[in-house]
Design a protein around this ligand. Sequence first.
Ligand code: ADP
Ligand code: MG
Length: 348
Amino acid sequence: MKKKIIARAIVVSALLMLNSCAANTDKDNTEVIADDKKTSGSVFAMDTYMTVTAYGDNGKKGIEAAQKEITRLEKLWSVTDENSEIYAIDHSGGAEVPISTETEELLDFAIDMHSRTNGALDITLYPVLRAWGFTTGEYRVPDDDEISSLLECKGVDRIKAGDGKASVPENTEIDLGAIAKGSAGDAAAKALKEQGVTSALLDLGGNIQTVGDSKPDGTKWKVGIRDPFGEGSIGTLTIGECAVITSGGYERFFEMDGLIYKHILDPETGRPAESGLASVTIIGNEGRMCDALSTSLYVMGLDDACGYWRENHDFDMILVNDKGVVYVTEGISESFSPNVDDVTVVER
Ligand code: ADP
Ligand code: MG
């Protein structure tokens, strides 16, 4: 059942405000800027610019711990760093390699989400992504034969992970691009809390995760949801402690012979997913789950995404279709102030 509601007009800034005090950049490419009320830090990791803003006295310590955690996980999960655990699995010629608990847990999670999403999330698409040039920026459109033969190498059932070891057969390659940032956000939020931070906002390349239900002054967090067709936002979400994670074709794409090719692939076809959705934002408690769902519900399209939401009660979502129509699930419809003309509320 769907019903239309009329949008409320709002004018709220969507962006994180960074402080303007003196900055300190160290060799890890991290930066901490502070004043007495809030501390902001940034780090370039996982192919994206990330900022962490923490409120209160322990901000600097918390941010440093969060940055360290993000950098540590990037070193485990990078698909291109020759010293990463994922690189070792992908290049061992099928032999088992030792992996950390974090990597084993994330692989188990990805395998589980593959089956829960009916195959829409598939971390073994890397050879296909490479053929399209999404891994290098050297974009091309592979022909049908090339795609079919590369698809023969995929399959999460080929991943063997357990007892601190993992392997994939030769020619199969793992890429955690769809879930690593959300998972790193969970770890960074935990690191902030361990340092005594009770109020913080993490922006991991547009993935938002918060620590604490509000800022110290009691105001809730306001997060702008990006307009997939432009620079502005489609509305603002007012949230407590949670993750707000968006996948959209606009994030990485290329144009060739007048056609647009986007970086989220349909594992069944090996081609950019053409599901009729322009962006999918997932709101939930766990970053890795929201990240996994933002990618896989984008692949599924509106109807299957709504079906998945009706069966799984641990998240909410905001979907924008190719025509710019916005769909919001009922759990967050009250906390979403749209900038657009009309919004459809999706009911259970
Ligand atoms: P972003 O990383 O841009 O925020 P996503 O979380 O949606 O966006 O992840 C997209 C990335 O996931 C792609 O760049 C690619 O590395 C990988 N990927 C693409 N399609 C799939 C898929 N169907 N399942 C799992 N990973 C995918
Ligand atoms: Mg994702």
